[in-house]
Design a protein around this ligand. Sequence first.
Ligand SMILES: [Zn+2]
Length: 317
Amino acid sequence: MRNPVRVIPIECKFGPTSAYAYYIDSPEPALIDTGIASSASKEIEAVLEENDIQMKDIRWILLTHGHVDHLGGARAVWEKTGQQAKVVIPKKEARLLRNRSAHFEDYKELQGKYVDKTIQEKHITILTNDIGEGMEPDLEVVGGDQLSLGGNISITVVETPGHSIGSVTYILDKLEWAFAADAIQMYGGAKSGIPAIEQPALYRKSLQYLLEKICPKRLYLGHHFRDGNGDIVGPLVDQDEVISALQSSLEMDAKLTDLVARHLSVDIQSKNSSGLYGPFESIANEIGYSGDPRNLPCAFLVTMYAYQEELNATFKK
Ligand SMILES: [Zn+2]
């Protein structure tokens, strides 16, 4: 295509790391993801102003999933559009936009259960600051839905769950650019060395679907990620590198499945759970993982728990 659509990446600070939002310059301008509650006035407005774009002109707020670093700023961005942008979220994660307390429930089910009360309280305070106020979405999307951004620019929704239960990828039609955010974690996840995967079987399926059926020409990801060499790449992955990004994500999935099967095939209750990495201590030792799960977010615990659940389900069959 001779006239590609202009996309402006906006890096939004999130604790010691960052998450990306993307402005799509179209007759009905769209913002994909919104950072945390403070990102609207801190980074998003500033970057758009540098590009002579006003927040009030945004017509669409498209959320890829419900994690706080992507959805936390939704309400604040919407307010800055004069409450006129349409807010869109995957159907399966709409509860996280409506109801702030849903984030705390999810936290307690995942990372929260591996840390002590003091750390839990610290995390809840961070989440409370970052989530932003709840709101009603205008549209809850599912796979195959199409949205017109005006002119001949449109977006198709592809369901890519796994990183979270309802993650979607927004495909800019014709150009075949995929706004996948966190649906693709590369080999080493967002810098930490471990991808963040809540549903391994769905994650695997989504990667294969993107690789075999969608074949995007470009990826816009939610973070900087680590590739198989430990180098930091993204958030934009172009052309030839798209296939290797998807393949390396699948390689890591296979590695995690193998690791968990070897270390946790014994009764998990008999594993020492008191250390920093709970029942996953021996896995951390084998892969040389030294991240601190008392930091938020910690992909290690969330992902290990998910692969362990998958393994348990296979035993029960
Ligand atoms: Zn996420």
